[in-house]
Design a protein around this ligand. Structure first.
Ligand SMILES: C/C(=C\CNc1ncnc2c1ncn2[C@@H]1O[C@H](COP(=O)(O)O)[C@@H](O)[C@H]1O)CO
Length: 274
C-alpha cells in the first residue's frame, strides 16, 4: 500500500471493480457484501432456501473464525492505542478535517497508535496526524458495496468482511475511543462503546467527543430526555468527555490511566509503560 498521498494506487477500471473478501467480483454481482449475505432474510416457508442457508451458515462460521484469527495476528504487536471514529464524508479542506489531523498528531506524539476505520474523511485525518507524528497508523477497513481502498496514511491496514469482527478489533486493541464529528456510522460506534462501558464489558475506557458545538445538542438530549425520563442514569453522562482542544483529548485519556487490567504489563510502580 502506498503511503504517499500524492500517488494513491490508481485503478483505471476502479468503477467496475468489486471485492467480496479477497474475491474480485464481476460488476453485475456487486452490491452484496459478505455482511449483507450473512444478514439476508430467507423466507422460512421456502424449504430449499432454508436448507441452503443452514449449509452456508455452517461454512460461514469458518470464514468468520479466520477473520478473527487474521485480525488478532495483524494486531498482536500493536502498542497502546486509541481508536478514532468520525465522518467518512469530511472534505480534506474542511476545518473538521484539520481538527482530526491535530487529534491524530496529538495522540501519536503522546505515544499512542491510532486505529481508525481506514476510510476517507475523519478516518483519513486521524491517520494522517498519527503518521506525521511517527506513530503507528492503523486502518481497519470494511468491505462495502462499492470499491474503496484504505486511505493513503494507513501504515498497517486490514480489510474486514464482517462488521462485528472489525468492531471487536476497534475495542480490543484500544484503551480509549475518540469521536470526531460524524453521522450514522460514528453514532453507532459511539453508542456501542457507551453500552460496553455502561454494562462494564470494558472498564476504564474513556470516550472523548471532540467538538462541543457538534456534540452539545446530543449531550443536552441525553440529559434532558434520556436521563430525565429514567432511560439512563444521570451518572451515565459522566462516561462522556467533551473537548475542543486536541491536547485535551490526550489529557482525558491519561486521566483514566492505568488502563484495562492485564492489557499491558505494568511497570514497577504499577503504571503503564509507554
Ligand atoms: C461514504 C463514504 C465512504 C464509506 N467508507 C467507509 N470506510 C470505512 N469505514 C467507514 C466508512 N463509512 C463509515 N465507516 C465507519 O463508520 C464511521 C463513519 O460513519 P459516518 O456515517 O460517516 O459517520 C467511521 O468511524 C467508520 O468506522 C464516502 O466516500
Amino acid at each position: 500500500m502506498s503511503t504517499d498521498p500524492e500517488s494513491p494506487a490508481a485503478d483505471p477500471a476502479a468503477d467496475d471493480v468489486c471485492y467480496v473478501g479477497p474475491i474480485r467480483m464481476r460488476p453485475e454481482q456487486r452490491g452484496k457484501t459478505t455482511d449483507r449475505r450473512l444478514l439476508e432474510w430467507v423466507d422460512p416457508r421456502d424449504a430449499d432456501r432454508r436448507a441452503e442457508r443452514t449449509m452456508r451458515d455452517s461454512w460461514r462460521v469458518l470464514r468468520i473464525q479466520s477473520e478473527f484469527v487474521a485480525g488478532f495476528d495483524a494486531m498482536s504487536e500493536v502498542a497502546e492505542a486509541v481508536t478514532v471514529f468520525g465522518s467518512a464524508r469530511l472534505a480534506p479542506d474542511s476545518p473538521e478535517y484539520a481538527l482530526g489531523v491535530r487529534v491524530g498528531r496529538a495522540l501519536g506524539e503522546a505515544g499512542y497508535a491510532v486505529i481508525t476505520g481506514g476510510g476517507p474523511g475523519a478516518m483519513q485525518a486521524a491517520n494522517q496526524g498519527a503518521h506525521e507524528a511517527g506513530a503507528q497508523s492503523i486502518g481497519l477497513n470494511i468491505e462495502l458495496p462499492f470499491e474503496q481502498g484504505l486511505n493513503p496514511w494507513v501504515d498497517l491496514g486490514m480489510n474486514f468482511r464482517y462488521f462485528f469482527v472489525r468492531k471487536t478489533m476497534f475495542v480490543k486493541y484500544a484503551q480509549a475511543f475518540v469521536c470526531l464529528p460524524g453521522g450514522m456510522g460514528t453514532l453507532d460506534e459511539l453508542f456501542e462503546a457507551l453500552t460496553l462501558v455502561q454494562t462494564k464489558k470494558v472498564v476504564r475506557f474513556p470516550i472523548v467527543l471532540v467538538g462541543s458545538d457538534f456534540w452539545g445538542g446530543l449531550l443536552d438530549w441525553m440529559r434532558d430526555v434520556l436521563a430525565a425520563r429514567g432511560m439512563i442514569s444521570p451518572e451515565d453522562l459522566d462516561l462522556l468527555t467533551v473537548v475542543d482542544d486536541p491536547d485535551d483529548v490526550v489529557a482525558a485519556i491519561e486521566a483514566a490511566a492505568p488502563t484495562r487490567p492485564g492489557m499491558n504489563p505494568p511497570g514497577v510502580d504499577g503504571t503503564i509503560a509507554r
